[in-house]
Design a protein around this ligand. Structure first.
Ligand SMILES: [Zn+2]
Length: 546
């Protein structure tokens, strides 16, 4: 067999990307190495029967320069993701990275240690705990947190504690509400097909090398050991709930329907450290995973990141997650969260804008371009999700993908197409956005509806701040347009360049451009600039006609 080589077109595309991306920015390399304590050497984990379930040494080839056969951006990401060892996040918080697809985090308490997300397999989780103990002492595990219902965040739990210890109250297990139902649905109901497809998606059994598997973007690959589950003893149902385990104070934010159907972020207020679970990582994540899972909602995902910034931002000096390396410093951490948020909001809003203009999912995927600030942010690159398939996922989430047989709608659709071909476009006979519906919208829904109309590329260069003061309800909102994304939050109008004083009743008029009962304070040109980048949806878009 001959060794495969890159074609001229692949080499040219790789060279163009190398020139376009900021490869001289080495901040991620610094962060991925920061706080190194020690490593498992060699970084190989075996099952009881001797079978290798994790082999990070197989990625040593990544130390060299990027070959022609690998995308240089993915090569860089794999170099970062393949860095393994025990790392200090802040004194009291340690992570083992590079010992599975995900990270395992250790938070030191008064007497023992709390474990966040015990990897996929008992073997890798036990090896990580042993590495931690080797350097930090033989602390008992007094608590476990599952941040969400994906298997790489709980499967190794019996490698760090036992059902017996949990039953005896020596170890508490905390998870978001809905964790068990979703963990079961994903890994049992559709488990066979998803696991089979995951074998494709993560390439665990593929040969490593420049012509083979180089990493999976989110982590290098999946471990292949023993998967376990201990049912949680304590569920978090509401944002703002607090717990103290072994003297460790924690404050939770539940984020259902984001990266997982049951997920939560948590702040360690005494350590000024924010764990973002898998809601923000150093990649664009998946909205529809190749292994299969419910389509995720980028709208609520972005909203929850905004809430994280507002709720925890002024108490956070480092943000870490259950994949990839932390981001230190309040300004950098908040900048990172903001760009991650803008990424999901932009994909959602622009897909909806184009969908309402009559474009198909495939057309939107071809047309969409990220704003320069997102395109050049390393952590917004598509190592795990990608813009084109995420756009199609958003389309699918809202518009469905096909119709059932033996169905009257088939007949209607064929006849409607024939009618329009013969007689021309008949438009939209039933306008669903009726005045009554518009009046029933909450302010948040009105702002969402405006955000969806922002023409992204036209708005990239704009940075606008608008305060909205609703006299009758006493609510104040803050709207910020940046990176082509209009973000809204319940917050004092503050120093916004323009303040719109109106009532809840008059607010829907804004969507229709009606200014009755609306008073402007500050710079009125701000409203003009915003209206100038809003696109009106087209209820008459072509379906079968050219
Ligand atoms: Zn994960």
């Amino acid at each position: 067999m001959t060794t495969p080589t890159a074609t001229a077109s692949v080499r040219a595309a790789n060279a163009a990307l190398r020139a376009a991306l900021p490869f001289d920015d080495t901040q991620d390399h610094e962060d991925a190495h920061r706080g190194f304590v020690g490593r498992l050497d060699p970084c190989i984990v075996r099952a009881a029967d001797g079978r290798v379930v994790w082999d990070n040494e197989s990625y040593r080839f990544l130390d060299g320069p990027c070959p022609d056969t690998v995308n240089p951006s993915l090569w860089r990401q794999s170099q970062l993701v393949a860095i393994d060892g025990l790392f200090e996040v802040v004194p009291g918080i340690y992570q083992v990275r590079g010992l599975d697809l995900s990270n395992i985090t250790f938070v030191e308490g008064d007497t023992g240690v709390l474990v966040i997300d015990p990897l996929i397999s008992t073997e890798t989780a036990a090896a990580a705990l042993a590495l931690y103990r080797q350097h930090r002492g033989d602390r008992p595990v007094t608590g476990v947190i599952y941040t969400h219902s994906h298997i790489d965040h709980f499967g190794g739990v019996k490698g760090v504690t036992s059902q017996e210890d949990v039953d005896a109250g020596r170890c508490t297990i905390i998870a978001p509400e809905g964790f068990v139902e979703h963990a079961v649905a994903e890994n049992v109901y559709a488990g066979t097909a998803m696991a089979r497809r995951a074998g494709y998606m993560y390439g665990a059994v593929l040969a490593r090398g420049p012509e083979g598997q180089v990493g999976a973007g989110l982590g290098q690959t999946t471990s292949s050991g023993t998967v376990t589950l201990i049912v949680p003893t304590d569920f978090i149902t509401m944002t703002g709930e607090e717990r103290v385990v072994d003297g460790i104070r924690m404050e939770f934010q539940v984020t259902p329907g984001t990266e997982a159907p049951a997920e939560m972020n948590l702040l360690f207020p005494d350590l000024h450290a924010l764990c973002m679970a898998e809601n923000t990582t150093h990649t664009l994540h998946n909205l529809l995973t190749l292994r299969g899972a419910l389509v995720r909602d980028p709208r609520v995902w972005a909203r929850y990141i905004t809430e994280s910034i507002d709720r925890f931002g002024d108490r956070t000096d480092v943000v870490f997650a259950s994949h990839h390396w932390p981001t230190w410093g309040r300004e950098r951490a908040m900048g990172y969260l903001s760009v991650q948020r803008d990424l999901y909001a932009y994909l959602h809003d622009q897909t909806l804008r184009m969908l309402n203009a009559g474009m198909t999912g495939a057309e939107i995927a071809e047309a969409i371009v990220l704003p320069p600030a997102l395109e050049c942010a390393w952590h917004a690159r598509g190592y795990y999700g990608s813009v084109s398939h995420n756009v199609k996922a958003i389309y699918q989430r809202y518009m469905g993908l096909g119709f059932g047989a033996e169905n009257g709608t088939w007949r209607c659709i064929y006849l409607a197409g024939a009618t329009e071909l013969r007689q021309g476009n008949f438009g939209t006979p039933t306008a669903t956005a009726a005045a009554d519906l518009m009046r029933a919208l909450s302010p948040e829904q009105i702002f969402d509806a405006i955000a969806i109309r922002v023409d992204g590329p036209k708005a990239w260069h704009l940075s606008l701040s608008i305060g909205v003061d609703l006299a009758d309800s006493g609510e104040q909102y803050r709207l910020d347009l940046r990176n082509g994304v209009l973000v809204h939050r319940l917050a004092p109008v503050g120093d916004a360049a323009l303040i719109i004083r109106t009532s809840r009743a008059a607010l829907p008029g804004l969507l229709a451009g009606q200014m009755g009962g609306i008073n402007l304070e500050g710079d009125p040109s701000v409203l003009g600039q915003l209206l100038g980048v809003l696109q009106t949806p087209d209820p008459d878009f072509s379906i079968v006609t050219p």
